[in-house]
Design a protein around this ligand. Sequence first.
Ligand code: 3UK
Length: 514
Amino acid sequence: LSHLQYPAQLNCAQELLSKVALHPDKAALIGADATLSYAQLQAQVNQISHVLRDQMQLIPGNRVLLRGANNPMLVACILAVWQVGCIAVPSMPMLRSRELGVMLEQAQISAALCSVDLKDELLSAQEQHPVLQKIIYYGALDQNSKDGGLEELLAKKSTEFTTFATSVEDVCLIGFTSGTTGKPKATVHFHRDVMAICDCFPVSTLRSNADDIFIGTPPLAFTFGLGGLALFPLRVGASAVLLEKYSPETLLQAIQNYRASICFTAPTFYRHMAVLAHQFDLSSLRKTVSAGEALPIATRAAWQQATGLRMIDGIGATEMLHIFISAADDEVRPGATGKPIPGYQACILDDDGQPVAAGVVGRLAVKGPTGCRYLADPRQANYVCNGWNVTGDAYEMDDDGYFWYRARTDDMIISAGYNIAAPEVEEVLLQHPAVAECAVIGCADEERGQIVKAYIVLCPEFKGDAKSDANMVAGLQSYVKEIIAPYKYPRAIEFKDSLPRTETGKLQRFKLRS
Ligand code: 3UK
C-alpha cells in the first residue's frame, strides 16, 4: 500500500507532532490535572529532549525506561525519547522491582523517566541492577527533594529542539509482552512500525479524524493503549483523554463528560459497562474497540443493546505492535474477529506449517508492515516461520475470508479424545443470566485425560449457600449441554469471587491450572 511507504529518514515523534502547525491551540492530551494543547505538547517534548541530552547525557540508541500511569506527561516523555533518537521501554505501573530488574537486564536500560509515586520499586531494582545509571522523576515532587524533578529541569530549557534524524528502520520501541504465561519477551519496533500502525487500523477500520476524542483504559505500556490513546489520536490531530484511574462507572462518566467518540478497552470492561450504560449520556460515542482477548457474543450483544453501537473487535499482539484482523460497521460478523486489515495478510497453518482449507482449525499466521523481532531470544523461531508470524492462537477461516477465534493454542482441552476450545465453553456460560465472569480450563483426569472445569463468578443476585450452589451447578451444566455438544459441558464447576487477570485484562488460565 503506497501510504505505508515512508522516506528513508524519518523520526516518528516529529511525524506525530506535525499537526501542531494546523491547530496549535487545540487540546492534544487531556489529563486529570493538566491538558496540553498541540503547541504545549510540542514545547514540552522539546524541553524534555534537552533534559535527556544535557542532564542525562543520552545518545541515540540508549534505552530509556518509562514508568507512570496514563497521563500527558508520560506521552510527552515517550515522544521526547523518540525525538532524541533513543529507544522507549514503557513499563506497567504495577510491576515490582523483581520484574523491573528483568527488564533492565534484558533490554540493557541505562536511564529512566519515572513518575515519583512509582519510585520505590524502581530504586530497589536499580540497587540490584546498576545497568540503570540515571533516573529522573516527574510528578508532584516535594520541594526539598534534591532529585531535581523533571518539571523543574525542563522549565529552564528552550522550547525549540532539532529532532535527531533517525532512519526509518532505527529501533524506537521495546515492548514487553504482558504474557499470559509468565516469562516476559521483549519485542523490538522501528520508527516505521509506529507509523504503519497509525496508518493501518485507524484508516481502514476506525476511520478516525481530527474531530475525534479518544478515551479508554489500556495502559500506555501496553501497545494497545499506546496506539489507541496516544499515537492514533496524534497522527490525525485529534484529542485524547488519559485516565490515571478508572472503573467501568468512571469510564462511562468520563465518556459523557468529555463527549468522547472513540473508546478502547477490553471485553470484560464492556460487559460491566453495558449494565450501567443507561445511566449515562453516551451519544457522543461513535466507535468502541475491544481487544486483548476474545470478545464473547454475549458481551457484544449486551453492549449493542445498551448503546446501539456495534463493537469493533480486533486482534492485536505486542509482537505485531497493534491490531491486524478486525471489522467495523456492516462488515461485522458477530463471533468472528473479522478480516485482515488492508496491509496485512493472514492464513491458517497446520502443525507442519502448511496452509489448511477453509473451515479447519489451525494456527493463525499473519504478515504485514509490522512483525515480530524478539530481542536476543531463541523463541523468535517459534513466532516467525517462513516470514509468517504465528501468534499462538487457534483460529478458523470461513469461505468468505472471515477469521474466527477458537482458543489460545495452549487453551485447547483434550478430553476423552475430543478437542474442546476453552473460550467456546466460556462463551456459552456467559450467556447464562447468573454468570458475571468465567474461565474454563482442562483439569487432569484419570479416565478422560482432561476434564472441562469452569471457574465462575456469579452475578451478586445469584450468590447463595451450598444448596443453591449445587442447584446452580446442575443448572449451568444442563444449560451448556443444550447449546453446544454435550461432551463440552463443564464436569467440574467452582464458584469464585474474582478471576486472575493480567494488568491488560487478560484471563490468566494458567494460574487456575496450577
Ligand atoms: C490475544 C485476542 C482474541 C491473542 C494487543 C490489540 O492483546 C494484545 O497484545 P498481547 O501481546 O496479546 C496478544 C494475544 O492476545 N488477543 C488479543 N486480541 C484478541 N484474542 N480476540 C481478540 N480480539 O491470543 C493474541 O495472540 O498482550 C491487542 C492491540 C495491541 C496489542 N498488543
